[in-house]
Design a protein around this ligand. Structure first.
Ligand SMILES: Nc1nc2c(c(=O)[nH]1)N[C@H]1C(S)=C(S)[C@@H](COP(=O)(O)O)O[C@H]1N2
Ligand SMILES: [Mo]
Length: 392
């Protein structure tokens, strides 16, 4: 008999709550970190009134978003292992039963389907593969609340069993009361712990941790340079012209011609005060260097040595002060063609309108004639092909 087929009600097989609760706990940790880092990324991109995000340390967002993608990826094998351990229960009779049981089963249906949906669409997003019609970020955000709410219900319902299961050794064969009440007598068991030829619970638990660690290595290379070699699953790991991947090319954005227009001007406005600068004038202003990462929301990140004009110098040029948010507008019309830099980050000496990358003029795919590069923020807000800057 296969160890998985052992009677689920007894504590001899792999379906023991002792193993299921431990795998569930690992999965719960991953999902919690994934949810919190995801909320953070959402708030940075759509800041509520109370939200403040510092401009330092420069690597903070890179780290939290790396964690978001890695914990999301690791949750996939953990979820599959957990489902494999418990799936007979999903089809247990009666299908609905008492009202309490109906609620529990409905919450599990929501839990399983929303978590699978969330993790898979997130994974496809890291590969920039969108085989669906809905707008990814809105759906991903809304679905995260469903995932978390259904997990909380699930934990609340199972809490007595979880506590008993985690409170005893994983290999124990003492019966656990899985009914949630103490009234039902439990069958004692005298079966020995699994021996040769039968996979033990401890082996499954170690295997789960090993699979999770492998998934970490396979994805972490997207953002941790010395792990890059392991990153066989990472879609983009630091390859690209001028040492940085390209997220959207100039031709995909439809700016091939406008970006190369010899009459190019960068317009800077502060209320009625407006200045137009040619590329020559921008180059003639004091140039500063910033070593900053592009940290894409999709999980990859890569650091470049950028140089150009400090945002705060451009703000001062039109009489703006250090308490003003600044809006950056691209030649590319549309969703990714505009971003707002909060005042604290606009004032950071590392925030640049960059003209050069790694000592060379920016190539058009990296944002020529000039782009925004600022510390500690998502790549999607590092607007390329700037045409206009507005002091708000
Ligand atoms: N105008 C514009 N700027 C943009 C984008 C874009 O699509 N259009 N993509 C953003 C995203 S999602 C990222 S991760 C970075 C990537 O910059 P890179 O292509 O130079 O690496 O640029 C950002 N700036
Ligand atoms: Mo991105």
């Amino acid at each position: 008999m296969n160890a998985l087929d052992a009677d689920a009600d007894r504590d001899t097989g792999l379906r023991s709550p002792r193993l299921v609760a431990r795998v569930g706990m690992l999965l719960g940790i991953c999902i919690t970190v994934c949810f919190l880092t995801g909320m953070l990324s959402h708030w940075i991109q759509h800041p509520p009134g109370w939200f403040y995000w510092p401009s330092r340390p420069v690597w903070l967002y890179q780290t939290t978003q790396g964690l978001h993608v890695i914990t999301g990826v690791v949750a996939i094998p953990l979820l599959l292992i957990k489902l494999q351990l418990v799936y007979p229960k999903l089809f247990a009779r009666p299908v609905i039963g008492t009202p309490a049981r109906a609620v529990e089963r409905a919450s599990i249906a929501v839990l399983v389907s929303s978590t699978i949906f969330q993790l898979l669409t997130g994974l496809l997003n890291t590969a920039q593969w969108y085989p669906w019609k809905f707008f990814f970020t809105t759906t991903h955000y809304a679905m995260s609340f469903l995932v978390v709410a259904s997990i909380l219900v699930h934990i609340a319902v199972k809490l007595p069993i979880i506590q008993r299961a985690l409170g005893s050794p994983v290999e124990s064969t003492e019966p656990i009361d899985t009914t949630g009440t103490t009234s039902e007598p439990q069958r004692p068991t005298s079966e020995p712990a699994p021996e040769n030829g039968v996979v033990s619970r401890r082996t499954v638990l170690r295997g789960t941790i090993a699979v999770g660690s492998l998934a970490v290595l396979a994805f972490a290379g997207q953002t941790v340079p010395f792990l890059r070699w392991f990153a066989f699953l990472a879609p983009r790991s630091g390859e690209g012209p001028q040492g940085i991947p390209i997220n959207r090319t100039a031709s995909a954005a439809g700016v091939q011609e406008s970006a190369r227009n010899p009459d190019y001007r960068l317009t800077i406005s502060n209320g009625n005060v407006t200045k137009e600068l040619t590329l020559e004038q921008l180059r003639a202003m004091p140039q500063h260097d910033s070593a900053l990462p592009i940290a894409c929301v999709e999980g990859w990140s890569a650091t470049g040595r950028w140089s150009g004009v400090q945002v705060r110098n451009l703000v001062a040029l039109v009489g703006g002060d250090r308490n003003r948010d600044v809006r950056f507008i691209s030649l590319e019309a549309g969703l990714y063609g505009v971003s707002t830099l909060p005042a604290n980050t606009a004032d950071d000496p590392l925030s640049l309108v960059a003209l050069r990358l790694h000592g060379e003029q920016l190539i058009v795919d990296h944002g020529y004639p000039c782009r925004l590069i600022a510390p500690n923020r998502p790549g999607v807000l590092q607007t390329k092909w700037l045409t206009r800057i507005e002091i708000l």
